[in-house]
Design a protein around this ligand. Structure first.
Ligand SMILES: [Zn+2]
Ligand SMILES: [Zn+2]
Length: 139
């Protein structure tokens, strides 16, 4: 996959990123589970400044999940689009995998916070597993 395109469920928001993802990361942490309602989260990591909203940027709403982490979601349909963590992962945007067009072709290269992993959920061994998180998931 070269460039990345994606959208929310209702189509109000569309984005384009002109390069391949820096990294695809799965997160097993309890905060991600709580804020998405899903068993795990998978993020497509890109450079925030190159992420371009081609439609509906004004429909994008921020929510401060913690002091450091902001989740941006569609005000019309509620789809989470991306997270940012200015402290830990400055300059990066973590796109939600399911919003990416063609996400069936992507799989996580690393999994974070495996210490919190649901016991019935096991990713393939090709996915590098961390008990917590490395300093930066993408250089
Ligand atoms: Zn929407
Ligand atoms: Zn997490």
């Amino acid at each position: 996959m070269q460039a990345i395109d994606g959208r929310c469920s209702c189509g109000s928001i569309q984005y384009h990123y002109p390069a391949p993802a820096l990294q695809v990361v799965a997160c097993h942490c309890g905060l991600c589970r709580r804020m998405t309602g899903a068993a795990l989260s998978v993020y497509v990591v890109v450079k925030a400044r190159a992420l371009n909203f081609t439609r509906g940027q004004d429909r994008l709403k921020p929510y401060a999940v913690t002091n450091d982490t902001t989740r941006h979601f569609c005000a019309d349909c509620g789809t989470p689009i991306f997270n940012q963590n200015a402290q830990k992962y400055a300059g990066l945007a973590m796109l939600y995998l399911g919003t990416v067009t063609g996400h069936e072709q992507l799989s996580p290269a690393m999994a974070l916070y495996c210490e919190s992993r649901l016991p019935w959920l096991q990713l393939p061994e090709s996915c590098q597993q961390f008990q917590q998180a490395p300093e930066r998931p993408a250089k």
